[in-house]
Design a protein around this ligand. Structure first.
Ligand SMILES: Nc1ncnc2c1ncn2[C@@H]1O[C@H](COP(=O)(O)OP(=O)(O)OP(=O)(O)O)[C@@H](O)[C@H]1O
Ligand SMILES: [Mg+2]
Length: 113
């Protein structure tokens, strides 16, 4: 199991959700996020100023998947979120050791899907 965490541009959320649904990925957590990447949060065309960091609004998606869904999930996020401009976002994939469905007590690959 893997946990996929993605930071995307807020205006791309509808397109990412649509791409995920087309790939039959329906379970996700979405939250507001503030962050900055390698432009240190400056207006993404304005470079060179490093002494101050501005945090820009992004959306954070967390999607826990079985291993065979990792690539489809990544591909769907890229399909929906990519404009080709800086600030499009980033995807992190981490090992997920446990998952428990509270209602039933199911665990692991059964609980996650
Ligand atoms: N190394 C990181 N650790 C944690 N969060 C990050 C990291 N890199 C990016 N993020 C998060 O992802 C968001 C989007 O990052 P962004 O797309 O600007 O990445 P970037 O590395 O600057 O790439 P680009 O040059 O395409 O802008 C950031 O606002 C931040 O929330
Ligand atoms: Mg950036």
């Amino acid at each position: 199991m893997k946990l996929i965490t993605a930071y995307i541009q807020p205006y791309k959320l509808p397109a990412v959700k649509e791409a995920l649904q087309k790939a039959e990925i329906y379970k996700m957590s979405v939250s507001n996020s503030l962050g900055c990447g390698q432009q240190a949060g400056y207006e993404e065309t304005y470079r060179g100023v490093k002494h101050k960091i501005n945090l820009l609004k992004k959306m954070r998606l967390e999607i826990a998947v079985n291993d065979n869904f990792v690539e489809p999930t990544i591909n769907a996020i890229i399909k929906g979120a990519k404009s080709g401009k800086i600030g499009d976002g980033k995807i992190f994939v981490t090992e997920l050791s446990r998952c428990i469905r509270i209602r039933t007590g199911e665990t692991g690959v059964t609980a996650i899907g």
